[in-house]
Design a protein around this ligand. Structure first.
Ligand SMILES: Nc1ncnc2c1ncn2[C@@H]1O[C@H](COP(=O)(O)OP(=O)(O)OP(=O)(O)O)[C@@H](O)[C@H]1O
Ligand SMILES: [Mg+2]
Length: 244
C-alpha cells in the first residue's frame, strides 16, 4: 500500500502525461508540455500574442494530437476568428465542420448559463482542450470583484473536474503581473507569461513559464517570433540575427 501511494505521488516527466502546446520550442521549457488536465493562465500585455498562441494550441490538438477543442471568446465573432486563424494557415472552418472544434462567442448573459453552456459544449465534442480568451470577460458579469473572483474560481474547478487542459488568457500592463481574480493562487496549475522586453531601442517578444505544477521549468525568458505559421521560440543565435 505504501509503495503504491509512493508511486502515485511521483511526478517526474515519465509519470505525468503531457499536452503538446504546438508552439515549437515551448514544451522543452516545461518538461515536455503542460500536464494533462492542468489549468494555465496565459498572461501578457496587449498584442503580446496571447490569442495567436491559443489558436495554435487548439489547432495542434485538433489536427495533430486527436484532442478536440473549445474556444470561448468575447471579443471576436466566429467569422473573424476563422479569418484570423486562416492567416496563419489554420483551417478552423474545416475543424468546425468536422466537429473537432467549437467556438462560443459569448454574449453577455447570465453567468450560470454560460458555465452550463461551456460544460455542455465541452461534452458535445468530447473536448480535451479549452481556451477562454480573454479571462477578463468575467469582470463584465459582475459589479463586485469578489463575485467575479468566486465565479471564475468555480468555473476553473469545473474545468479541472472535467479533466480538460485549459488556457485562460489574462491581460496585464507592461512589466506588471496582476492576478486574474486570484485564479492563479486558488486554481491555476500554471502561469505562462508573454512579454515585450526592451532591448536596445526596440521591443523583443518573449515568453517564460512562471509556474507549472508537477513540472521542472526553465527559469528564463526566451525570445519568440510571430511568423506566418504562428509563434516560435527562438534560439540564442536566431535572436542575435533578429536584433542586429
Ligand atoms: N498573420 C500574422 N503574421 C505575423 N504576425 C501577426 C499576424 N497577425 C498578427 N500578428 C502579430 O500578432 C500580434 C497580435 O497578437 P495577439 O492578437 O495574439 O495578441 P494578444 O496578446 O491576444 O492581444 P490583446 O491583448 O489585444 O488581445 C500583433 O501585434 C501582430 O504583430
Ligand atoms: Mg487577444
Amino acid at each position: 500500500m505504501a509503495a503504491k501511494e509512493g508511486k502515485a505521488l511521483k511526478t517526474t516527466s515519465r509519470t505525468v502525461e503531457r499536452t503538446k502546446s504546438g508552439i515549437p520550442g515551448l514544451d522543452s521549457l516545461m518538461n515536455g508540455g503542460i500536464p494533462k488536465g492542468n489549468l494555465v493562465v496565459l498572461s501578457g500585455d496587449p498584442g503580446s500574442g496571447k490569442t495567436v498562441m491559443c489558436w495554435q494550441f487548439l489547432n495542434e490538438g485538433a489536427v495533430n494530437q486527436g484532442e478536440n477543442g473549445v474556444y470561448i471568446s468575447l471579443e471576436e465573432t466566429i467569422d473573424s476568428i476563422i479569418f484570423g486563424a486562416s492567416e496563419f494557415g489554420w483551417d478552423f472552418k474545416k475543424l468546425l465542420e468536422d466537429g473537432k472544434l467549437k467556438i462560443i462567442a459569448i454574449e453577455l448573459y447570465d453567468f450560470e448559463r454560460l458555465k452550463n453552456t461551456v460544460e455542455d459544449t465541452i461534452k458535445s465534442v468530447d473536448a480535451k482542450r479549452v481556451v477562454i480568451d480573454p479571462g477578463v470577460i468575467f469582470k463584465l458579469f459582475f459589479d463586485r470583484e469578489l463575485d467575479a473572483r468566486k465565479r471564475i474560481v468555480s468555473l476553473g474547478k469545473m474545468l479541472k473536474r472535467i479533466g480538460c487542459t485549459t488556457i485562460i488568457t489574462n491581460e496585464i500592463a507592461l512589466d506588471k503581473t496582476v492576478s486574474l481574480y486570484g485564479l492563479e493562487e486558488y486554481v491555476a496549475d500554471g502561469v505562462i507569461l508573454l512579454y515585450h522586453t526592451k532591448i536596445k531601442n526596440r521591443f523583443i517578444r518573449s515568453i517564460g513559464v512562471l509556474k507549472m505544477r508537477n513540472t521542472q521549468i526553465a527559469e528564463q525568458l526566451k525570445p519568440i517570433k510571430i511568423t506566418e505559421n504562428g509563434i516560435i521560440v527562438l534560439t540564442k543565435g536566431q535572436l542575435y540575427e533578429d536584433v542586429n
